[in-house]
Structures are given as C-alpha cells and as structure tokens.
Design a protein around this ligand. Structure first.
Ligand SMILES: N[C@@H](CCC(=O)N[C@@H](CS)C(=O)NCC(=O)O)C(=O)O
Length: 222
C-alpha cells in the first residue's frame, strides 16, 4: 500500500454520501483510500435526520448511508459499493486469489454487516429506547457485538497474519476496523476474550488509508 505522500489521486467523479461516525460509510472510505480514488464528501447528518430528506431518499429509499454516485450510477449499501469499486478499479485488490481465503473474507464481512452492525444501528437503538428503555440499548448492543466477535475470533484464528487472513489488507479488514473500533470506544465492549481482534485493531491504527477514514478525519466531524 502506498503511503499518504505517494498517493496519486485518479480521475473520477465519485461522490460519497457519508456520516463521519457511520461504520458503514467508514468501510467505504477505507476502500476509496486504498484504491487511491478521489471523491467528493457529501455529509448526511444522521442525528439531524438528514437521511430522511426527500433528496436523500431518492438515493437510498432505506434512508441509510453510505451511498455512492459515479456519474449516473447510484449505489447504496457498503458491500455493494465496495464490490463495485473492486470490479471497476482492480488496483489494490480487496479479495485474495485463494478461493478458501476469499470465502473467509466474504464470511467475515457478512458477520459484521448482517449479524452485528444492524443490531447496533441508530434506528435499532432508537427503537429499543422507545419500546423498552435507554439502559437496555447498551446491553443489547454489547450482546450482539460480543456474539459476533466470538464467531469472528474463531473464524479468523487459523488464517490471520498481520491482518485478517495474512499480511495483506483485504475485504474483511475494511469491515473489521470500524466495527472493532466502535465496539471498544463507543459500546465499551469487554475485549478480554478477543485477543486477535485487539491485535488487528492495533495493526489497522498504523495504516494511512485506515487513519484517513477515521471519523475525526472527516469534514463533518464535530
Ligand atoms: N447494510 C447497509 C447498512 C447501512 C446502515 O445501517 N447505515 C447506518 C449508518 S452505519 C445508517 O445510515 N443509519 C441511519 C438510521 O438508522 O437512521 C450498509 O452496509 O451500507
């Protein structure tokens, strides 16, 4: 991976609708940085409900970030966006050649995006707050994150190197970095049982493409 000083932005008309704290947007920001793709940052403030504006609903009727615009193509959902970028911009591949490792990456990415993140999403937590109480939100999020992390720790143990499946950064790393960081810093998850995930979190914190995608580095950070 090129360091920040050697990044040569490639011509593109990409626009990313993102919220700085959104882990789903964060994954896409990492992919764009790894692939050295320049993009215009379009902030959608989830706390102000901007995802429900009629303009944004035209881009994603699910009212969720991220959404990517590439010319007249609109794609929402982080995995779909990342796979689109992977096909269109194959430099810095995000999937390994080896079929088994490739499947591990799809599995790990899907554990994050289907079995962890939806349970800690803003709208899910708001629902719990309204229907049960605000204390239950944290317990609920921690339960689902811990369950998913136990599966990820077990899944990746036989394959991991410096990163999820070796010494190169691939798809699962893009999903793991925001998820682990959020679990530790926002949801105060007890990471004692997850030494591998802690080690990966440390490794990601040294990569320029990952650092540039962090919430605090975004134009809408407060
Ligand atoms: N599967 C979708 C999930 C998108 C999603 O949950 N986005 C969250 C931010 S990470 C969101 O926009 N939440 C707004 C809300 O819950 O109202 C993806 O991976 O892009």
């Amino acid at each position: 991976m090129a360091s920040d000083s050697t990044v040569i932005p490639r011509e593109s008309k990409l626009q990313l609708y993102s919220y700085f704290r959104s882990s789903c947007s964060w994954r896409v920001r990492i992919a764009l940085n790894l692939k050295e793709l320049k993009y215009e940052y379009k902030a959608v403030n989830l706390l102000k409900g901007e995802q429900f504006s009629p303009e944004f609903a035209k881009l994603n009727p699910l009212n969720m970030v991220p959404a990517l615009i590439d010319g007249d193509i609109v794609i929402s959902d982080s995995l779909a966006i990342i796979m689109y970028l992977e096909e269109k911009h194959p430099h810095h591949p995000l999937l390994p050649q080896d079929l088994h490792r490739k499947a591990i990456h799809f599995q790990a990415a899907n554990i994050v995006c289907s079995s962890i993140q939806p349970f800690q999403n803003l709208s899910a937590l708001n629902y719990i707050e309204q229907k049960i109480n605000s204390d239950e939100k944290l317990v609920w999020a921690q339960y689902h994150i811990t369950k998913g992390f136990a599966a990820l720790e077990k899944l990746l143990k036989p394959f991991s190197g410096r990163y999820a499946t070796g010494d190169d950064v691939f798809l699962a790393d893009l999903f793991l970095a925001p998820q682990i960081h959020t679990a530790i810093n926002k949801f105060k998850v007890d990471m004692t049982e997850f030494p591998l995930l802690c080690r990966l979190d440390e490794a990601y914190s040294k990569l320029p493409a990952f650092l540039a995608a962090m919430p605090d580095a975004q134009p809408d950070a407060v």
